[in-house]
Design a protein around this ligand. Structure first.
Ligand code: C2E
Ligand code: MG
Ligand code: MG
Length: 483
């Protein structure tokens, strides 16, 4: 049936009679010219009508997709036969993994032919009466009437089989796999009808979750929706907090293990939202990275740390030695952050401010980040490797990176008294840092025993709850800068 409607989707409108012209326009509106499958509009209309059937509320006339190219005839040319009654309905959204790479590596023509082949395989995988559509560039959908409950995971596994064999396009052998998000609904009371309308949205949320799991498929459940809404709310509020100056920096002191003097501080970002309460940076920093807010947040941190140093100076207080600010991966994707940092810190002596970055940030684009760090070093700014020991920086790289200190991760410090392995690791890091001419700062030092061990090993400085928790600027000044 579908073949019949598809024949001249991509054809030419010239020279057609009125009926043919109608049909041409109808096909253009409802079918994807690449795969010859129904498109997103067709899918939306199909779901609307199926949901109406489920609620016994079908109103005539049906949407144009079901009326075909002309209302009087062509009824059989519609791609999908509507059932009389419907009790269950499921929708699968299938996203082709890394499809862009196929386009980039082999060109658009191969990409298009692959999509077409995928469409055919998917159609071959489902029985008659189920609609296969192409809903976006690399996304397909399958509508499964009367499929729900235990039948749904089985249907998903069945669809996955479409990707088990490679695709052959010309001389290319293409191994493709896909993420699948699924959602289902059943006959409803009127009250539940709003939930009902969201089948596509639910499958789309499940698809996001599918991207994070090994099985690559997930079926929507209500908790997913709540989490997504929470995150959406969080991101909106975070955006406001950044742009309306509602974030705060707190400062945690660092002390020399030889003299006991204050030698530095780390600026840590805090967000207290009036309805959500305290939100941990472990939650909002990754979210800001994911949603493209890290540049704005990073700028705010640089600007606020510089302003704080200037405030302390204006109040006649000494600087806290070296003030370090944290940086994130995306801030090293372009030279922007380094430019911004160099610009904003012009009035500050380089020995009083520096940055921290983790090994994974350094290793993301080693050559690029090396150049950016080099620029900071040329201006005399300090660069510390944060959470050292948890990443995978190679020694060869470490010796070439223009860094000035290593911050030993708190997970090693935490149990160095009880774990021989961790003790040895800390010992090795300190020895290695010395031989590379780098300073060491131990993070998360919570008791005297840890501090004594670190001192014996020759670690330079300590940062942790034992000597000082992160506190607001005023309190920091009172406690550590005013003597
Ligand atoms: P980090 O840079 O490794 O910061 C040290 C974290 O350890 C801080 O957590 C600090 O409060 C905590 N800490 C310090 N001493 C102790 C201790 O003795 N025991 C224990 N258990 N914890 C201790 P916080 O403030 O929650 O920050 C978590 C992470 O969030 C930071 O880890 C950093 O990666 C990130 N972060 C915080 N502020 C910023 C920022 O302004 N920009 C960026 N990009 N990341 C930030
Ligand atoms: Mg840090
Ligand atoms: Mg750290």
């Amino acid at each position: 049936m579908q073949k019949k409607v598809h024949n001249d989707v991509a054809g030419d409108a010239d020279g057609l009679n009125i009926d043919q012209h109608d049909q041409y326009v109808w096909r253009l509106a409802y079918f994807d010219p690449v795969t010859q499958l129904p498109n997103r509009t067709a899918l939306t209309e199909t779901l609307t009508v199926l949901q109406a059937i489920m609620q016994h509320q079908v109103s005539e006339p049906l949407p144009p997709f079901f009326r075909g190219s002309s209302e009087s005839k062509d009824a059989d040319s519609c791609a999908f036969q509507l059932p009389e009654n419907l009790h269950h309905l499921s929708l699968l959204l299938i996203n082709i993994r890394r499809f862009k790479e196929v386009n980039d590596n082999y060109g658009l023509d191969i990409g298009d032919r692959l999509l077409s082949a995928i469409g055919q395989r998917l159609q071959g995988q489902v029985e008659a009466g189920k609609l296969v559509a192409r809903t976006a560039n690399d996304e397909f959908a399958i509508v499964l009437p009367e499929t729900a409950g235990i039948a749904l995971p089985l249907a998903i596994e069945h669809v996955k089989m479409a990707f088990m064999e490679p695709f052959y396009i010309d001389e290319h052998r293409l191994t493709i796999d896909a993420y699948i998000g699924a959602a289902q609904c059943c006959e409803l009371t009127q009250k539940q009808a709003t939930e009902h309308a969201n089948l596509f949205q639910h499958a789309s949320i499940a698809l996001d979750y599918a991207r994070q799991v090994e099985t690559q498929s997930r079926i929507y459940d209500a908790s997913m929706g709540r989490k997504i809404r929470y995150r959406q709310n969080l991101i909106e509020r975070l955006k406001t907090a950044i742009y309306q100056d509602q974030l705060e920096l707190v400062y945690q002191p660092q002390f020399s293990l030889t003299t006991g003097d204050l030698v530095g501080a780390e600026a840590l970002c805090r967000w207290h939202d009036e309805t959500l309460g305290y939100v941990s940076p472990l939650e909002f920093i990754p979210l800001a990275e994911e949603r493209g807010l890290i540049r704005a947040l990073g700028d705010w941190v640089i600007q606020s740390a510089v302003a704080q140093l200037q405030d302390w100076q204006r109040d006649g207080l000494p600087p806290p030695g070296l003030l370090s600010i944290n940086t994130s991966a995306q801030q090293f994707d372009t030279p922007y952050m380094v430019d911004y940092f160099l610009d904003r810190t012009r009035a500050i002596s380089a020995e009083h401010i520096g940055i921290e970055l983790t090994e994974s940030v350094m290793m993301r684009h080693p050559e690029k980040s090396m150049k950016l760090l080099q620029r900071l070093r040329e201006h005399g700014f300090h660069v510390a490797v944060d959470d050292f020991g948890t990443g995978f920086s190679s020694l060869a790289y470490l010796s070439r990176f223009p860094v000035t200190s290593l911050k030993i991760d708190k997970s090693f410090v935490e149990d160095m008294e009880t774990s021989h392995d961790h003790f040895t690791l800390v010992q090795t890091i300190v020895a290695m840092a010395k031989s590379l001419g780098l300073k060491t700062v131990a993070e998360g030092v919570e008791n005297h025993a840890q501090e004594r061990l670190l001192e014996q090993l020759g670690c330079d400085a300590t940062q942790g709850f034992l000597r000082g928790k992160p506190v607001a600027a005023n309190e920091f000044a009172q406690l550590w800068l005013s003597q």
